[in-house]
Design a protein around this ligand. Structure first.
Ligand code: NAD
Ligand code: G6P
Ligand code: MN
Length: 454
């Protein structure tokens, strides 16, 4: 059984490999292959991966590291995709260009996310085509590559038969934080319901061993004025930004603001627990105000996660010692590995997935890509249908889903007008003219990555 990781040079690769290797019995995995376009980067990550497999866990899983498509995909059963087209250099542009025009600058939300989407759609189709050509006929691609909302819509339109499941770790990361705040150690006993789009959804219920956690959670958030475990806040830095003490990257650096924002959103709309990403749409003005257009999340990641990983590799090569913290990925790796187990062993375990609606949310379009719970078995997700959603959430989701659809259409057709409509329709953009200024600057910055727009 072969698992291929596309984007082998990712900062998350080593953490994911550890999660896979810890589940080697259930996955019956014989070989892990790393595939990337950037040989130098991937070769460094492979040093840690090799250490995890053969020194740390002492398993007999074979490791293959390649930049050759045929070697990567031949007979693979699972393809875990996590590529970042344009790497951090382009993420920086996605974040900084909108901020220069007074708009949200974010990896996956708003116009930054749309720029990233325009770079990723066609490389993702290539992943699917390569899997179709070389992998096992019953392959599954489990895709983390962002922006997952736009990527999944492009898959729906361009490769509707592909065996791909698009996923996100944010809801599970929120549950991790909820568990820590509620001092729950056995988080696997937390059961939740959720609806939305990717990076645009709400928890409607959270239960722990039969207890409705929502009242306790609402009280906690109100009292602390943030959704963050008290222990994580204890070394709060001067600017009010948590540096996070518990190894959870989602609570570090500028991530602080979205956990604070959960409190702010719930002061007005307390019924559901919002996904942290909703802040970029509901508090777009305030998020621009506290952003530093010269130093965004891309810079934070390059200065911390990426640097620590590659410094860690150098230190290992020099001393033979490795600090696990440099590659720890936590539930990010567990989530994708557990999903593969559910598919392989037909467990019907419940996961959130990004999927075509097909009536599951009755008052959303049939062909909208939504994020919902599903039971996962060997034939893929069986999505759990729900009652109609309230008008407020439905209205927000319709605006966002149409913006994403227009972007994908515009990208495929090479239509400047449709892409401009997508930008104009997005809730993070205040005017058509601002949309156009951002788009024109992004066209320049993305030369060689975007299809030509006419
Ligand atoms: P990274 O830049 O460290 O790694 C990405 C790797 O992808 C790089 O080594 C790069 O060379 C490679 N790559 C780029 N284009 C490629 C292509 N066409 N084919 C093969 N490889 C290619 O990035 P990271 O911060 O580790 O994140 C990796 C990806 O995972 C990003 O897309 C990120 O947005 C995504 N991510 C998604 C979730 C989620 O919830 N869905 C969570 C975390 C990260
Ligand atoms: C969450 C989201 C991902 C996103 C990531 C960014 O995990 O679910 O979709 O890519 O955060 O994290 P970073 O540490 O790179 O800013
Ligand atoms: Mn995500």
């Amino acid at each position: 059984m072969i698992i291929t990781i596309v984007g082998g040079g990712s900062t998350f690769t080593a953490g994911i490999v550890k999660s896979i290797a810890l589940r080697r019995e259930e996955l019956e995995v014989d070989e892990i292959r790393l595939f990337d376009l950037d040989k130098e980067r991937q070769d460094k990550v492979a040093v840690v991966v090799d250490w995890i497999l053969h020194e740390d866990l002492k398993c007999d899983i074979k490791l293959t590291v390649t930049t050759d498509v045929e070697t990567a995909y031949t007979d693979a059963s699972f393809i875990f995709a996590q590529m970042r087209v344009g790497k951090y250099a382009m993420r920086e542009q996605d974040e900084k260009i909108p901020l220069r025009h007074g708009c949200v600058g974010q990896e996956t939300c708003g116009t930054g996310g749309m720029a990233y989407g325009m770079r990723t759609i066609f490389p993702m189709m290539k992943v699917i085509d390569d899997a179709e050509k070389y992998a096992k006929k019953d392959y599954w691609i489990l895709n983390y590559s962002n922006p997952a909302a736009i990527v999944s819509e492009a898959c729906r339109v361009l490769r509707p038969k592909a065996r791909i499941i698009n996923i996100c770790d944010m809801p599970i990361a929120i549950i991790d934080v909820v568990a820590a705040a509620m001092e729950i150690k056995d988080k696997e006993n937390i059961v939740y319901d959720y609806f939305g789009l990717n990076h645009f959804g709400w928890f409607t219920s959270i239960e722990y061993k039969g207890e409705d956690l929502m009242p306790r959670l609402r009280a906690y958030i109100k009292e602390h004025e943030i959704l963050m475990p008290a222990a994580y806040l204890k070394d709060k830095a001067a600017l009010g930004v948590s540096s996070g003490t518990e190894g959870n990257r989602h609570t570090k650096g500028s991530w602080y603001y979205v956990w604070k924002g959960v409190y702010e959103i719930m002061e007005n709309f307390p019924e559901y627990l919002p996904n942290t990403y909703l802040n970029y749409y509901l508090q777009q003005k305030e998020f621009v105000e506290h952003s530093n257009p010269e130093h965004t999340r891309a810079n934070e990641v390059m200065e911390t996660r990426e640097k620590n990983l590659f410094d860690g590799v150098d230190a290992y090569l020099a001393t033979g010692k490795i600090d696990e913290k440099v590659f720890y990925a936590g539930s990010h790796g567990d989530w994708i590995a557990d999903l593969a187990i559910a598919l392989k062993n037909d467990t019907k375990a419940r996961f959130l997935v990004i999927t075509e609606n097909r009536g599951a949310i009755p008052n959303m379009p049939y062909d909208a890509m939504v994020e919902l719970p599903a039971y996962i078995g060997k034939n893929g997700p069986e999505v759990i249908a729900r009652d109609p959603i309230p008008l407020f959430q439905q209205g927000l989701m319709m605006q966002q889903v149409n913006s994403e659809k227009l972007l994908v259409e515009g990208c495929i057709e090479g239509s400047y007008e449709k892409v401009l409509q997508a930008f104009t329709l997005n809730k993070t953009v205040p005017s058509m003219n601002v949309a156009k200024e951002i788009l024109d600057e992004m066209i320049e910055a993305n030369k060689g990555y975007w299809p030509e727009l006419k």
